[in-house]
Design a protein around this ligand. Structure first.
Ligand SMILES: Nc1ncnc2c1ncn2[C@@H]1O[C@H](COP(=O)(O)OP(=O)(O)OP(=O)(O)O)[C@@H](O)[C@H]1O
Ligand SMILES: [Mg+2]
Length: 234
C-alpha cells in the first residue's frame, strides 16, 4: 500500500537574519525565528511597513541570500548547505521570481525575455518552451506583443511579461515582491487576477509581498512581519 504524503513545496524553519552595523556591536536583527510552510497551490501574503524585512525574507526563501541561522527546504530538500552552483540550479528549476522592478532586458523582445530562464535550466531546447511561452503570453493578453521590446510596452504589460518569465520553467514556488507597486488600479487588478489564476491553475505555491490590503486579502492567508516575526492576521 502506498501512502500519499502532501509534499511541502517550501519549508522555512527558525530562520534568522542579522546584519552587522558599522560602529555598533549589536547586529540589526531583521528576521527572528521565522517559520513558514507552503504546499502546492497555497498562497500567502506578507505585509508590513517599509524596512521591516519583507524583501530580505523573500530573498532568503528564494536562496538569493543566506540566512544567519535556520533552515530552508525547497521541494522536500534541505538547501541550507548547498554551494552557490547547486543553489543556482535549484532556483532555475524550482523557483520563479517577480521583482518589484520588472528587470526585463531592454535589447530583447518579450518572447526572448520570457525564454531567458530556460537557458539557465541547462537542458536542450525542443521547441516546447516556445510553445509554452506563447501560450502564457496569450493567457496574459500579450500574444500580439511577443516581438515587442520592453520600451514599446506599457508598465502593466512589462510586469505581465515578467510574470510569464517567472513561470516559464513551471516552478513549484513563485516569489513575488510588490508586483503592482508601479501600476494604476486597473492594471494592478489585472496583474493580481493573473497571479491568482496561475496559482490555482498551475498549483504554484505563491508568497507575495504587498502593501495593498485588498490584494493581500485575496490570498489564502495574510502574515504580518513585525519586529522580525511573522504573525497571522485575524
Ligand atoms: N545588505 C544589507 N546590509 C545591511 N542592512 C540591510 C541589508 N539589506 C537590508 N538591510 C536592512 O534590513 C532591513 C529590511 O530591509 P528590506 O529590504 O528587507 O525591507 P522591506 O520590508 O522589503 O522594505 P520595503 O517595503 O521598503 O521594500 C532594512 O532596515 C535594511 O536597511
Ligand atoms: Mg522590499
Amino acid at each position: 500500500m502506498t501512502v500519499e504524503t502532501d509534499t511541502l513545496i517550501l519549508h522555512a524553519g527558525k530562520v534568522c537574519k542579522h546584519f552587522s552595523r558599522p560602529g555598533d556591536e549589536q547586529p540589526l536583527v531583521v528576521l527572528d525565528q521565522i517559520d513558514l510552510s507552503l504546499s502546492a497551490g497555497d498562497s500567502v501574503a506578507i505585509v508590513g511597513p517599509s524596512g521591516c524585512g519583507k524583501t530580505t525574507l523573500l530573498n532568503i526563501l528564494g536562496t538569493l541570500d543566506r540566512a544567519t541561522s535556520g533552515e530552508i527546504e525547497i521541494g522536500g530538500r534541505d538547501v541550507t548547505g548547498l554551494n552557490d552552483r547547486d543553489l543556482a540550479q535549484v532556483r532555475a528549476t524550482q523557483i520563479g521570481f517577480v521583482f518589484q522592478e520588472h528587470h526585463l532586458l531592454p535589447q530583447c523582445s518579450a518572447m526572448e525575455n520570457v525564454l531567458l530562464p530556460t537557458l539557465a535550466r541547462g537542458v536542450l531546447r525542443d521547441g516546447s518552451e516556445q510553445q509554452r511561452a506563447m501560450m502564457l503570453l496569450d493567457r496574459v493578453g500579450l500574444a500580439d506583443r511577443a516581438g515587442y521590446r520592453p520600451d514599446a510596452l506599457s508598465g502593466g504589460q512589462r510586469q505581465r511579461v515578467a510574470i510569464v518569465r517567472a513561470l516559464i520553467n513551471q516552478p513549484g514556488l513563485l516569489l513575488v515582491d510588490e508586483p503592482t507597486g508601479a501600476l494604476d488600479q486597473a492594471s494592478a487588478d489585472g496583474v493580481m487576477d493573473l497571479l491568482i489564476e496561475l496559482n490555482r491553475h498551475e498549483q504554484t505555491a505563491m508568497v507575495m509581498v504587498t502593501h495593498a490590503e485588498n490584494q493581500a486579502a485575496r490570498l489564502d492567508c495574510v502574515l504580518h512581519l513585525a519586529s522580525g516575526r511573522l504573525v497571522s492576521y485575524v
